[in-house]
Design a protein. Structure first.
Length: 439
């Protein structure tokens, strides 16, 4: 056990997300403070006190004033894969990345830099760059359909979102009795990686083991998610490894790439079309809003009205937001939370306070405040600007809802059949497990 555990968070040597440079640590206690007060992790483990418990969110790294805690770096693995002539490297980028990457090059928080991001990744050597808003749309097709089934049956409500790996691990660790409430949907990255290995690899006539799938994310918990046994198949891991916004920014600087000089490039085809619903996944409330848009269509056969396309009660920088929507002739109660400490308060009252769907993101304002995002001295302002950048992009897009995405429609026709079909469950859904020990 860490001899300074009363002051700082202990970090296991095999933590896949973060590490500590001991010589830099000044024992300020900020990491312990955020882990206990914001994330509700430190001090809450009820089993063996010697176990090192971590949900891999990386918020301790974000608040460390001397960068003693940093993400596990995967850029060497990325370069090795790019330099291997037998491999094809796919980088898929999360929605929140495009409104934060610019900060690594002194651009303002919230600036939409998707085109330069694609250009940067191509200069680094990626063979394909795909948009995870496609995976977000795929998630909503499954998750909204799953919600409707649960509402009809009345079983395992409320349905919890499963996009945030830190939140999923939090449930597995501290509230295993609620594992059945987690959506069985893989995260957008998990879904898209599975489709890339099992569908795209075949389409380009390559063995899945020779397709290196890299996720560029705002999140270091995704590094943990990529290692989950549940997200492996005969060829190995679905997502080979994960790089954060900070990692790519630092790599670009080492390579002396001038970000401001890059010309905008489009995402590669096949997985280049996402809806506005997929884009707003990166902000707290975005997953819920996206699910409502499609669930409304699935239950009425009509496009969602304007008030559901701008579901204002689910937006804004508030750590707990509630709303309701009429589906299937019922008043469906919704709850959106960021911060797993706040999730504790809601979960502890579930026996008396009823909801039908709960979205939880571990980090401040969702993925825009992820543990792999650019460091800032003003987190509150930065995460709000990043979220607004996503909502501004959604407002400009013609395709608002996941079910409207033509590439999604094509994938179901050619490969998945229908939401919740046996094929869809095989490739897009997963299982969870109670974690009585730290791993």
């Amino acid at each position: 056990m860490d001899k300074y555990s009363e002051i700082r968070v202990p970090i296991s040597h095999d933590n896949p997300s973060i590490k500590r440079h001991e010589r830099k640590c000044v024992l300020c206690g900020k990491c312990k403070d955020v882990c206990k007060k914001k994330m509700g992790v430190a001090g809450y483990w009820k089993y063996d006190s010697e176990d090192i418990v971590c949900i891999n969110c990386g918020q301790c790294a974000n608040v460390c004033p001397v960068e003693a805690i940093v993400e596990q770096d995967s850029t060497d693995a990325l370069i090795t894969a790019i330099n291997d002539p037998k491999k094809k490297v796919v980088v898929m980028t999360s929605p929140a990345v495009r409104v934060s990457l610019g900060e690594m090059f002194d651009r303002p928080a919230g600036e939409f830099v998707a085109g330069k991001m694609v250009s940067l990744l191509k200069q680094l050597g990626a063979d394909y760059v795909f948009d995870v808003t496609f995976g977000a749309d795929l998630t909503i097709m499954e998750e909204a359909s799953e919600l409707i089934e649960r509402i009809k049956s009345g079983k395992n409500l409320p349905q919890f979102t499963s996009c945030c790996p830190a939140w999923v691990k939090f449930v597995e660790t501290f509230y295993p009795q609620y594992i059945p409430n987690l959506s069985s949907c893989k995260s957008p990255i998990g879904m898209q990686a599975s489709v890339l290995k099992n569908y795209f690899a075949k389409s380009i006539n390559i063995d899945p083991s020779d397709l290196v799938v890299v996720a560029m994310t705002p999140c270091v918990a995704k590094k943990f998610e990529a290692e989950r046994e549940e997200l492996r198949s005969y060829y190995g891991k679905d997502t080979d490894f994960v790089v954060s916004v900070r990692e790519i920014g630092k790599l670009a600087k080492r390579k002396k790439i001038k970000f401001d000089k890059l010309k905008d490039e489009p995402f590669d085809t096949t997985f280049n079309t996402g809806s506005g619903a997929g884009v707003i996944f990166g902000a707290s409330g975005g997953v819920m809003e996206a699910a409502v848009r499609s669930a409304y269509y699935f239950t009425t056969g009509e496009n969602p009205p304007k008030d559901l396309l701008q579901f204002k009660k689910l937006r804004g920088y508030k750590d707990v937001k509630t709303a309701s929507v009429n589906l299937l002739g019922k008043d469906i109660k919704l709850c959106v939370i960021f911060g797993t400490m706040q999730a504790r308060a809601v979960l502890d009252k579930l026996k008396t306070k009823k909801y039908d769907m709960i979205e939880v993101m571990a980090c401040p304002n969702g993925c825009v405040g992820g543990g792999g995002q650019p460091r800032t001295n003003d987190t509150d302002t930065a995460v709000q600007k990043r979220a607004q950048g996503l909502y501004d992009q959604d407002a400009k897009m013609d395709i608002k809802s996941s079910f409207e995405n033509p590439n999604i429609q094509h994938l179901y026709k050619e490969f998945l059949s229908a939401p919740l079909s046996e094929q869809a469950k095989k490739y897009l859904h997963t299982t969870y497990r109670a974690r009585e020990y730290r791993k």
